[in-house]
Design a protein around this ligand. Structure first.
Ligand SMILES: Nc1ncnc2c1ncn2[C@@H]1O[C@H](COP(=O)(O)OP(=O)(O)OP(=O)(O)O)[C@@H](O)[C@H]1O
Ligand SMILES: [Mg+2]
Length: 362
């Protein structure tokens, strides 16, 4: 006769490779049903985009196979993204589980290209994803998603995001008349617009909200960091930028504000020659990886320099949409999975901290 205890202690040996904790104490095993020697339960993963999901499922099956008496085993695998934001400070955007800012030191390193394709890659894993174009001075998300004719509606005093390829999208670019005048707006007005986009928008339930920031450490990144609790920031850099250390300055500001730096993405890392198909590291190899190691930050992946990525961005047809199985899309998919894994880790740390806080209050 199989017992619940036996099942849970066996499953307690399965460790989530990312979170380094066993899946039972993480609450990933749900709805255990034992009927004679038949076993049924749900494995609830922390995100559909985790790079280790297949491995965890295999480990679960291998662990259960060790229990002799089981005659039938029925496993359901689901995913529920963890809450990666501390909402104790306020209750803003309670339906958005993770907010991820995409920042850089310098302009033109590919933040918007990465934000758009990262959002699409996360959505392809089954997550609910929003994309906020916080570059009020130079909104380019609508162009990159080919959303020329889209608009945002106002309903019940809340902005309704436009939609594209399953993403909820908010951008100052939808206000075509104002967008070209944004350059003359001053800090407080710009901050006000961003605050409205964040909190006066009906984002509904989202697993991830990606916020595409303008370059550097000006008013807009500061407003994002100070308006609402966010999960963290990813920094996009290029091999050339690594050499000049500008990316390091960008994450310095967020660290001072106590915003977690989730990791570094290197864009335009290498060029794949169409004739010889080998990777050419034109500007040096693994610069961003070494930089992240020096600063004790996770490296989230490298994206090649490729005319297809540029054409996709500039024509409003991102590569994740036109060719989701291509090598280029796979590079974005790796980044998306690493970002999702970092969110789960930060969420797990946060829940530990909150538990510890509750314990000290008792
Ligand atoms: N991996 C890549 N391969 C080829 N071209 C790219 C790549 N990434 C971005 N680009 C191109 O580089 C240009 C700048 O990219 P993008 O607008 O995404 O940068 P950004 O950091 O958001 O710029 P800004 O600081 O102005 O907001 C665009 O024309 C884009 O198509
Ligand atoms: Mg941009």
């Amino acid at each position: 006769m199989v017992t619940v205890d036996q099942v849970l202690s066996t499953l307690g040996t399965v460790i989530d490779p990312d979170l380094k904790k066993d899946i039972v104490s993480m609450g990933m095993i749900k709805d255990v049903e034992i009927n004679g020697n038949d076993l049924k339960f749900t494995l609830e993963l922390t995100t559909p985009a985790c790079p280790f999901n297949d491995q965890i499922e295999q480990d679960v099956r291998a662990a259960i196979a060790k229990i002799k008496d089981i005659s039938k085993f029925d496993l359901k695998v689901t995913a529920k993204v963890m809450e990666g934001r501390s909402l104790s400070m306020d209750e803003m955007l309670p339906t958005v589980k993770n907010i991820i800012g995409v920042a850089s030191g310098k302009g033109g390193v590919g933040k918007t290209t990465v934000s758009v394709n990262l959002a699409l890659a996360l959505a392809q894993t089954g997550a609910k994803v929003g994309l906020l174009d916080a570059d009020i001075y130079g909104p380019s998300v609508p162009l990159m998603l080919g959303m020329g004719k889209s608009a945002m509606e106002v309903d019940n005093n809340k902005l309704q995001p436009a939609e594209s390829h399953g993403l909820k999208v908010v951008s100052f670019g939808f206000f075509a008349d104002q967008a070209h005048q944004a350059a003359i707006y001053r800090g407080p007005i710009i901050s006000g617009i961003l605050k409205q986009f964040l909190v006066d928008t009906n984002w509904s339930d989202l697993d991830y909200l990606i916020v595409d920031l303008p370059p550097g450490t000006g008013d807009i990144p500061l407003t994002l960091a100070q308006t609402i609790p966010i999960t963290g920031i990813v920094v996009v850099t290029t091999p050339q930028e690594v050499a000049s250390n500008i990316a390091v300055k960008a994450f310095g500001m967020f660290q001072k504000l106590n915003i977690p730096i989730m990791g570094v993405i290197e864009n335009m890392s290498y060029f794949v020659c169409p004739n010889c198909t080998s990777k050419h590291y034109i500007f040096g190899k693994e610069g961003a990886k070494k930089m992240s190691e020096t600063h004790n930050l996770p490296f989230l992946g490298e994206i090649p320099l490729n005319p297809g990525i540029m054409e996709g961005s500039d024509s409003g047809k991102p590569v994740l949409v036109t060719d989701p199985n291509s090598v280029l899309s796979q590079a974005f998919m790796v980044v998306a999975k690493n970002v999702a894994a970092r969110c789960s880790m930060l969420a797990s740390q946060l829940s530990e901290e909150m538990k510890a806080e509750v314990a000290t209050q008792k």
